[in-house]
Write a protein that binds this ligand. Structure first.
Ligand code: ATP
Length: 446
């Protein structure tokens, strides 16, 4: 068990401020006053997100022989959502304050009779459906109603037969995809924790019924490996077995992976045994046979399904919170993001020691151009003095800073064609030859 460091006071304010200031995450449509439940990822946030998504894809799709990648449409035939029960039942309990008219999710407030904001009386509880409705096509009647998908999962269930017919996979096998999902959350909040537009990375893993416990355990372990791989603090992560009364109707076993956020311990990921619920329901409703034929034993059956579900935005939040560190370096306090180098949005910054010495700048450009070919997440940084550059790079989590100085040019002959490489976490510097630099960095960002 790793040791858990406490969050500093005002953790969320500090993180939101750093994320905005340094180009990770902005409020959605900010210049128009924002749109609740939406955030925009800036250049560094996008790089971090892409790195996380690519690691996921490599680990759970490309890295396995039993997985097939998918990219299904966000808009689906509305019958999909009638069949799954989402149109009728994808709802949270809502009450409106009779005084200030604000609306609340009643399962999230302590006293269900009183408004948590103004103390007024809360009105009766009703079910509020979270599906985001839209109109598809030119007809503006009920025949054109569709929904923005509330989960990526169904895009995989409805393509189950297509993939089986194209690839004839052997059981067990799975489908994986990443993509946007939409939920009209009653109270979006806590930065990117509860959004109305979110991104998911999901796997539907198909097994014989008799094999579900083994597969469930395999995915439980894989999810923990993932948590370590992207640098989420395991000491703050907890597996919570969801009891009989609290599981979704289709699930026979669910584990929630919860994370200790500064605003409480809440869901990060879910792992569910969905039985044969989805394929059976879609078979019945569409009249298309979604059973699987095992040629070896001549058996035909509807596969059962294990679903590891990862929220990408919650991953971003947990990675950022796990990386956020305050310490003292030299004599001054420092605030920095201690990312694992494999997720860091910028892997290396390259600087000339002084920006007004053309021979240093020219040599630094040469090193920068050489590295950029194999390490595209690189930054040229010649602003201010070296100490300030290091602090700025620490703040965005850059693991290595390379500086070209007079020794590089041969002032001390034995150091010719070497550069200094500074380590973000310790502040220590060492000299490496330019020829060894690329492999040194590549080795550590794997
Ligand atoms: P919660 O109980 O927090 O509303 P949920 O149980 O409805 O979540 P699932 O339906 O299991 O969530 O969705 C799978 C994953 O998608 C979650 O584990 C989470 O990582 C992510 N997720 C769900 N809703 C949101 C949201 N509103 N904003 C950001 N991520 C979300």
């Amino acid at each position: 068990m790793t040791e858990k460091k406490p969050y500093p006071a005002d953790m969320m304010e500090k993180l939101v401020s750093l994320a905005k200031r340094r180009g990770f995450i902005y409020q959605g449509s900010e210049i128009y006053g924002g749109l609740a439940g939406t955030y925009d990822y800036g250049p560094l946030g996008t790089a971090l997100k892409n790195n996380i998504k690519n690691i996921w894809w490599r680990m759970f799709v490309d890295g396995r022989d039993d997985m097939y990648g998918m990219d299904a449409s966000i808009l689906m035939n509305p019958r999909v959502w009638e069949t799954t029960g989402h149109v009728a039942g994808f709802a949270d309990p809502l009450s409106e304050c009779t005084k200030c008219k604000k609306r609340f999710r009643t399962d999230q407030i302590e006293d269900r009779t009183k408004c948590p904001e103004c103390g007024g009386a809360l009105g009766p509880e009703r079910q509020f459906n979270m599906m985001l409705k839209t109109q598809v096509g030119a007809m503006e009647d009920s025949s054109s109603i569709s929904y923005l998908r509330p989960e990526t999962a169904q895009g995989m269930f409805v393509n189950f037969k297509n993939v089986v017919d194209s690839f004839h996979p052997k059981m067990p096998f799975g489908l994986g995809q990443t993509g946007k999902a939409f939920r009209n959350e009653i109270t979006p909040r806590d930065f990117i924790f509860r959004l109305r537009e979110l991104e998911q990375m999901e796997v539907e893993y198909f097994v014989k019924e008799s094999d579900w416990q083994r597969a469930f355990e395999e995915w439980r372990v894989a999810m923990n490996t993932w948590i370590d791989t992207v640098g989420i603090d395991r000491a703050r992560t907890h597996e919570v077995e969801i009891g009989d009364g609290d599981r979704a109707h289709y699930s026979k076993r669910t584990i929630d992976f919860e994370f200790e956020y500064p605003f409480g311990q809440k869901e990060l990921y879910g792992l569910a045994y969905r039985t044969d619920f989805d394929l059976s329901r879609h078979s019945e409703a569409s009249k298309v046979d979604l059973s699987y034929r095992d040629e070896e034993v001549g058996e035909k059956f509807i596969p059962h399904c294990i679903e590891p579900s990862f929220g990408l935005d919650r991953t971003m939040l947990a990675v950022l919170l796990s990386a956020y560190t305050e310490d003292t370096m030299g004599d001054s306090p420092r605030e920095y993001l201690k990312f694992h180098p494999r997720v860091a949005p910028i892997k290396v910054a390259v600087s000339p020691l002084l920006k007004n010495k053309p021979e240093l700048v020219e040599k630094a450009r040469e090193v920068y151009d050489m590295l950029k070919k194999d390490i595209p997440q690189i930054m040229w940084d010649d602003n201010g003095n070296v100490g300030k550059r290091y602090r700025r790079q620490d703040e965005i989590g850059t693991p290595f800073c390379v500086t070209i100085d007079f020794d590089t040019l041969g002032e001390t002959p034995e150091h010719k064609d070497t550069v200094t490489v500074r380590d973000r976490d310790t502040g220590n510097q060492k000299r490496l030859s330019i020829g060894d630099l690329k492999n040194y960095i590549l080795e550590q960002i794997k």
